[in-house]
Design a protein around this ligand. Structure first.
Ligand code: CAA
Length: 386
């Protein structure tokens, strides 16, 4: 049975900050942000959006009546969840009007958890033919004003339906993975901003990629030339280049050009959004499928997922017949183009206006006349959504 990603959709809030403007405000060289780090813009999150609204706004684009009958499991991956007990998947079930007869669960391991969710989804479908799983990876990357991580902030959600006979990619059973207790990035439960040793995290990412690439080759006997492209977890787009540069000489010269061209395609959406933690590697996959015009069915792509702390996984997917007709390239481009540009002042105001205190009954700045799901505010310690 072939199992994989049947549908995929992306959502990010409607506000965006230009990073050349931010660099100037912070007294940094704009080229450091746009070339050295490789980011052009970052999504800014208003206080009426969170991981739940972003996840639901992504998933609603792909859920059909047929899915509502066949989805048995909602897996919600996040490292910026909104409750220490209740799963965001439960909110998803309500907002998306899914059946009560589903399993709902939230997963956490930094930026890696979406990949584990996808693997669980594949294994579930393998033992329950005909059934489907909704996997949502949704996060807000928040480091703090004027910190070195600020330029790598961002937010958004990826929603995927995993089924048999998938229309976009099959997920191959060739994963290699590793875990190591490291102090490169973490967020204690009483903090809203991550603690990070950025350079250490970059080093561990590179090292784990190289280790897993060598292990993958031993396990599968495949070479770099066997892959049409890579989708990397992209906390910032230069990270993908740093990883690929370590192995690119293993390919023929012609193939090196192809991989470099496809790496650029895989970075395009992420350049405009910033980091979205769990969803980042799947936004990179969507970007690759949207911009690489020479991919064809049967091509194999490598996916490298990394979550600080640290855990990583490398596996491959295979493009299905007619995949290009099911990639929401235009929809995603339009979503990014229509965002409203905010000034540094407006961004800082929005950054400080998040409603974290559950003890106060308060309304968010939710807007009227929208079909989007929104966080309306706190009521008696509960988050209220519409
Ligand atoms: N023109 C062009 N390039 C310039 C430049 C200029 N004027 N000025 C500096 N640069 C280059 C530097 O040479 C450097 O390039 P290399 O990395 O290739 O050497 C790059 O810009 C960044 O410069 P610095 O290293 O001096 O920047 P920094 O100290 O401010 O830190 C960062 C950068 C580590 C990415 C920081 O933003 C950060 O900590 N981000 C958050 C953590 C993170 O994203 N880690 C990534 C791996 S962890 C992970 O993947 C999980 C996750 O999602 C968090």
């Amino acid at each position: 049975m072939t199992i994989g990603i049947d549908k995929i959709a992306f959502y990010t809030p409607n506000y965006v900050l230009d990073l050349v403007t931010l660099a100037k405000a912070r007294g940094d060289e704009p080229d450091k942000y746009t070339i050295g780090i490789g980011q052009n813009r970052q999504t800014v999150v208003p206080n009426f959006e969170d991981v739940v609204t972003m996840g639901a706004n992504a998933a609603i684009k792909i859920i059909t009546a047929d899915d509502r009958e066949k989805i048995d499991l909602i897996i919600f991956a996040t490292e910026s969840g909104i409750d220490n007990s209740k799963s965001s998947a439960l909110y998803m079930q309500t907002l998306l009007e899914l059946s009560e007869f589903v399993r709902t669960i939230e997963l956490k391991q930094a930026c890696y958890a979406g990949t584990y969710g996808l693997m669980q989804a594949r294994d579930y479908v393998a033992t329950h033919p005909g059934r489907r799983v909704l996997v949502v990876a949704s996060d807000i990357a928040r480091y703090g004003l004027s910190t070195s991580g600020e330029v790598t902030q961002g937010a958004g959600a990826i929603a995927m339906i995993v089924s048999e006979a998938p229309k976009i990619v099959s997920i191959n059973t060739d994963s290699v993975y590793m875990s190591r207790n490291a102090s490169d990035f973490w967020r204690p439960v009483d903090r809203q901003e991550a603690l990070v040793d950025g350079h250490l995290s970059t080093d561990i990412y590179k090292e784990m990629f190289l280790t897993l690439w060598q292990r993958y080759q031993l396990k599968t006997n495949q070479q770099l030339n066997d892959f049409a492209g890579f989708a990397f977890h992209l906390p910032y787009t230069k990270m993908g280049k740093k990883a690929l540069d370590q192995i690119i000489n293993e390919a023929t010269l012609a193939h090196q050009q192809k991989l470099t061209h496809h790496l650029k395609a895989s970075q395009k959406f992420n350049r405009e959004v910033g980091n979205l933690y769990t969803g980042s590697v799947y936004l990179s996959l969507l970007s690759l499928l949207s911009y690489a015009t020479d991919l064809k069915s049967g091509d194999k792509l490598a996916i490298f997922s990394y979550g600080s702390g640290a855990e990583a996984e490398l596996y491959s997917v295979t493009l299905q017949n007619g995949f290009e007709n099911h990639v929401p390239a235009k929809m995603t481009q339009q979503l990014l183009l229509k965002r409203q540009l905010v000034s540094v002042n407006q961004y800082e105001t929005m950054f400080k206006s998040q409603l974290y205190d559950s003890h106060i009954n308060i309304n968010s700045n939710a807007v009227k006349d929208t079909k989007l799901f929104q966080f309306l505010g706190w009521h008696n310690g509960e988050r209220v959504y519409r």
